[in-house]
Design a protein around this ligand. Structure first.
Ligand code: SAM
Length: 449
């Protein structure tokens, strides 16, 4: 056994796993499986083998150099650990997706669960992807823009700020900060940080976050709680406490036997634990709760911020750049015009007045004195009207040069050209008479190939 587990952790997991402990240790010595989740709106050749609990999850036979794959930068897939894709089962089995939903991902960076949720909810639903740490919210925003869906608002708020949105959300996902025991095989730092005291602090923080966000869940709404740890105090005990303190019931999931997912029960609560010796994935825990009634008065304040909308001339120009413009709601933030689904007309004034918005909908264009310049996120959008601009398909070499923000020579008419790889938008190139300007965002460029 090469991995030196913290002694206290080893003793407690040995006790809880009993005869399965040697198999658990063996699994920690194996190479972690490699998995991706495909973007249903950005088709690439399907590859790998299916992750049983996730319709778009795929195991890859080995780890490619993801950075040098333009499809990753085009948002065609997200590199995600397979166990955490189990979230799909809670949504599919307990959420009515036939009606528009308001969904909150409380701790969303870097965006694994949020991009997954966007693939699962309907186009007229909305996701608020929140991350309290501002620098991590930027990474979240980048990954959300690459995924290309317009029905999303990225925010950077402390969980307690969601108290301003009493009874607002149909679904809340709390993928909580935790002691990270399930990631020891992949993340040696998590092992360094581990201590019984750290577990205790994590449990206290989880309790506080649950307390803070619970009022913003609607009556009959579903809260999905997950961690990547094995600690009962951070997992089942959190579910039990919610059912005791608030009016909530713990929901059960149907799990086919071959999936090898352990069903944990304590008092009236059920939780689902994925172990690395039983599944092809890391350690992951998930439970789901339904709110039976609201104890809070769902009163929200007035919405102080005015909604800025673009002029009709601007709207008529940018409408040509997106599919189905009749189903869009347009806002203007500074010089930038953003597109959102029509249903956001009601929710946007509430969200922009209550939360610190980092990014919203799809940024479509920037209005200058005499023209509108397409925004980078439009190039990545699943709603881009491809015929609206000249398109130039890049070779793999040119695509990588483009993603490094190096100059590339293309033969295309002068003006803004959408560059694609495998038919998927990567960004914009401003073609001039004798050269072209590579408009790839400087902060997103590939630094080392
Ligand atoms: N859901 C993300 C995904 O699938 O990509 C992973 C989330 S990670 C397990 C937990 C997140 O909680 C981190 O992004 C971390 O910054 C955030 N976090 C840390 N402290 C927090 C707090 N006090 N309240 C809410 N979130 C917090």
């Amino acid at each position: 056994m090469s991995l030196q587990l913290p002694a206290d952790f080893a003793a407690s997991i040995k006790k809880s796993l009993g005869t399965a402990y040697p198999a658990f240790l063996d699994a920690l010595d194996e190479e972690p499986p490699v998995s991706i989740r495909l973007n249903p709106h950005k088709k690439i050749p399907d590859t790998g083998t299916a992750v049983p609990w996730c319709s778009t999850g795929r195991y890859l036979p080995s780890r490619p150099v993801f950075t040098t794959d333009p499809f990753l930068h085009a948002g065609a897939y997200y590199v995600q650990e397979a166990s955490s894709m189990f979230l799909e089962q809670a949504i599919v089995q307990h959420v009515d997706r036939s009606r528009p939903l308001r969904v909150l991902d409380v701790s969303a960076a870097p965006g694994g669960k949020s991009t997954h949720l966007l693939s699962l909810i309907s186009a007229d639903s909305i996701l608020v992807a929140n991350e309290v740490i501002r620098s991590r919210a930027s990474i979240l925003s980048e990954n959300i823009q690459k995924w290309g869906y317009p029905n999303v608002v990225v925010t950077s708020n402390d969980p307690q700020d969601f108290g301003r949105l009493a009874g607002f959300f149909d679904v809340i996902v709390l993928d909580a900060p935790c002691s990270g025991e399930g990631l020891f095989r992949k993340d040696k730092d998590a092992m360094q940080e581990w201590s019984p005291r750290h577990v205790q602090l994590c449990a206290q923080r989880q309790e506080r976050i649950l307390h803070d966000v619970w009022p913003s869940l609607k009556e009959n709404g579903v809260l999905i709680y997950s961690t990547c740890t094995y600690e009962e105090a951070e997992n089942l005990d959190q579910l039990i406490r919610v059912t005791k303190v608030y009016d909530a019931e713990c929901l059960q999931l149907e799990i086919p036997d071959p999936w090898n997912i352990a069903v944990l029960k304590k008092e009236d609560a059920s939780g689902y634990q994925l172990y690395p010796h039983l599944v092809k994935g890391e350690g992951f825990f998930l439970g789901a709760l339904r709110k039976k009634s609201t104890q809070d008065n769902a009163r929200r304040g007035g919405y102080k911020k005015q909604v800025q909308t673009p002029s009709s001339t601007v709207i008529s120009q940018v409408s040509a750049w997106v599919d189905d413009p009749a189903k869009c709601f347009w806002i203007q933030h500074g010089e930038t015009v953003h597109m959102m689904p029509e249903g956001m007309r009601v929710d946007w004034p509430i969200l922009q007045s209550s939360l610190n918005v980092v990014y919203a909908g799809t940024a479509v264009g920037t209005v200058t004195r005499n023209k509108i310049i397409p925004e980078h996120s439009l190039a990545l959008s699943i709603r881009l009207q491809k015929e609206s601009h000249p398109t130039h398909e890049l070779s793999i070499d040119d695509a990588l040069q483009y993603l490094r923000k190096n100059p590339i020579a293309v033969e295309a008419p002068e003006g803004m050209t959408l560059v694609t790889y495998g038919g998927l938008g990567l960004g914009w190139l401003n073609v001039l008479k004798n050269r072209s300007n590579n408009l790839y965002p400087v902060n997103w460029r590939i630094r080392n190939l």
